[in-house]
Ligand binder design. Structure first.
Ligand code: ADP
Ligand code: MG
Length: 354
C-alpha cells in the first residue's frame, strides 16, 4: 500500500489554469477528502492522480514511484465515479469480475476475489442479480466492488454518493467508513458536502478556485480555521460573520448594539475594520436584550435554528437545544457568547487574526 504525494501540481486547459500549484501529502492508509464548492477543481485534481487528466506541471507520486506521466493502468489506483455505469446485461458477479476477466485473470481467482469483495460489501445475496433489480445503494456498492477486486493501492472516489437519496447517503457513508477500516487502503474522496467530509475524513483538504485553502483533521478545521472561507465552509449551519471595528484590545460589534468584546488576538496589524465569526452552536438567546429581532424559528426535532435580524441588516443564526416555541416572529432578543468562541478575520485578506 502507498501514500500519495503531490508537488506543485498545475493544470491548464489551454490558457485557462484551474489548478494552481497544489502541494499535498496523503499518508499510506489515510482517508483524505477533497472538499470545496462546485468548480473549484476537486475532480480535476483527482483525475490528475488517476492519470485521466494530463498534469501540466509539477509531480505526482504514488508510493515511491513518480507516476506524473504514467498510464492510468500502471498507477495502482481504482476509481469510483458518481455514475456507476454497470453493464445492464451482466449479473453483479460478472460486473464485479469484468475488469479482471479483461486482464486475463484466471476464472477461479476472479471468483474468489469477487466473493471476498461481496462479503465486505454485503452483496453475497445479490451476486446473480442484474443491475436493474438492485437499489441505488446496492448498485453503488457493486461499483465499489469493481474497484476492490482490483486490489488497488489507492482508491479514488468522485462524489460517489451524490446520486443517492439522503437516507441512503447516510447509510453508504457509514459503509464507506467501515470499508476503509476493514481494508485499510489509502482513499481519496471528492465531495462538495462538508458533512461527508467531516464524517469520513482523517484529513480534509479544502479547495477553492484551484488553490488549497487549508489541510487538517475535521476538528482542526472546525475549531481552528486559517481563514474566513474555511471557517464558513466547514460546520453547519455556517458560521455567522459580522462587521466590527477594532477598539484597542477589543472589537466593537454594531449588530450587537455596539457591544465591545475584549480579545487576546493580536489586533495590531488588523486595521480598523474586522470580521467577527461566531458559530450558531456557540450563541445563546438572551431574552432580556433587544438588539435583534426574531425572523424565523426552524424546529428540526433535536435542535432548533433561530434566525435573527440585526439593525445593521446582518442576519444571525443561533442553534439551540432549548424549546424556542415561545419566540414569536418579531420578538426582540439579544445573544450572548463566550469571547473564546469568537474568531476574528482580517476584513481585507480574510485571514484569521489570532
Ligand atoms: P469540481 O469537481 O470541484 O466541481 P472541476 O475539477 O470539475 O471542479 O473543474 C474545475 C474547473 O476546471 C472548472 O472551472 C471547470 O469549468 C474547468 N474545467 C474542467 N474540465 C475542463 C475542460 N475539459 N476544459 C476546460 N475547462 C475545464
Ligand atoms: Mg467534480
Amino acid at each position: 500500500m502507498s501514500g500519495v504525494k503531490i508537488s506543485n501540481a498545475i493544470k491548464k486547459y489551454e490558457s485557462v489554469q484551474v489548478i494552481h500549484g497544489v502541494d499535498l501529502d496523503v499518508e499510506d492508509g489515510e482517508f483524505c477528502v477533497f472538499v470545496g464548492p462546485s468548480g473549484c477543481g476537486k475532480s480535476t485534481l483527482l483525475r490528475m492522480i488517476a492519470g485521466l487528466e494530463e498534469t501540466t506541471g509539477g509531480t505526482i507520486q504514488i508510493g515511491d514511484r513518480d507516476v506524473t506521466h504514467a498510464d492510468p493502468a500502471e498507477r495502482g489506483i481504482a476509481m469510483v465515479f458518481q455514475t456507476y455505469a454497470l453493464y445492464p446485461h451482466m449479473t453483479v458477479e460478472q460486473n464485479m469480475g469484468f475488469g479482471l476477466k479483461m486482464n486475463g485473470v484466471e476464472k477461479d481467482v476472479i471468483k474468489q476475489k469477487v466473493r471476498d469483495a461481496s462479503q465486505i460489501l454485503k452483496l453475497d445475496d445479490y451476486l446473480d442479480r442484474k443491475p436493474k433489480a438492485l437499489s441505488g445503494g446496492q448498485r453503488q456498492r457493486v461499483a465499489i466492488g469493481r474497484a476492490i477486486v482490483r486490489g488497488p493501492e489507492v482508491f479514488l472516489f468522485d462524489e460517489p454518493l451524490s446520486n443517492l437519496d439522503a437516507e441512503l447517503r447516510v447509510e453508504m457513508r457509514v459503509e464507506l467508513a467501515r470499508l476503509h477500516k476493514e481494508i485499510g487502503a489509502t482513499m481519496i474522496y471528492v465531495t462538495h458536502d462538508q458533512v461527508e467530509a467531516m464524517t469520513l475524513a482523517d484529513k480534509i483538504v479544502v479547495l477553492r478556485a484551484g488553490i488549497v485553502e487549508q489541510v487538517g483533521s475535521p476538528m482542526k478545521l472546525y475549531k481552528d480555521p486559517d481563514n474566513k472561507f474555511v471557517a464558513g465552509f466547514i460546520g453547519s449551519p455556517g458560521m455567522n460573520f459580522l462587521n466590527a471595528t477594532v477598539a484597542s484590545k477589543a472589537v466593537k460589534i454594531p449588530a450587537f448594539g455596539d457591544r465591545q468584546v475584549s480579545t487576546s488576538a493580536d489586533l495590531s496589524k488588523a486595521g480598523t475594520d474586522i470580521s467577527v465569526g461566531v458559530r450558531p452552536q456557540h450563541l445563546t438567546i438572551d431574552p432580556t436584550g433587544s438588539d435583534l429581532s426574531v425572523n424565523l424559528v426552524e424546529h428540526l426535532g433535536g435542535v432548533t435554528y433561530v434566525y435573527l435580524d440585526a439593525g445593521t441588516g446582518e442576519r444571525i443564526i443561533v442553534e439551540t437545544n432549548a424549546d424556542e416555541d415561545v419566540l414569536e416572529i418579531g420578538t426582540k432578543v439579544s445573544v450572548s457568547f463566550e469571547a473564546e468562541n469568537m474568531m476574528l478575520f482580517d476584513a481585507k485578506t480574510e485571514k484569521r487574526v489570532r
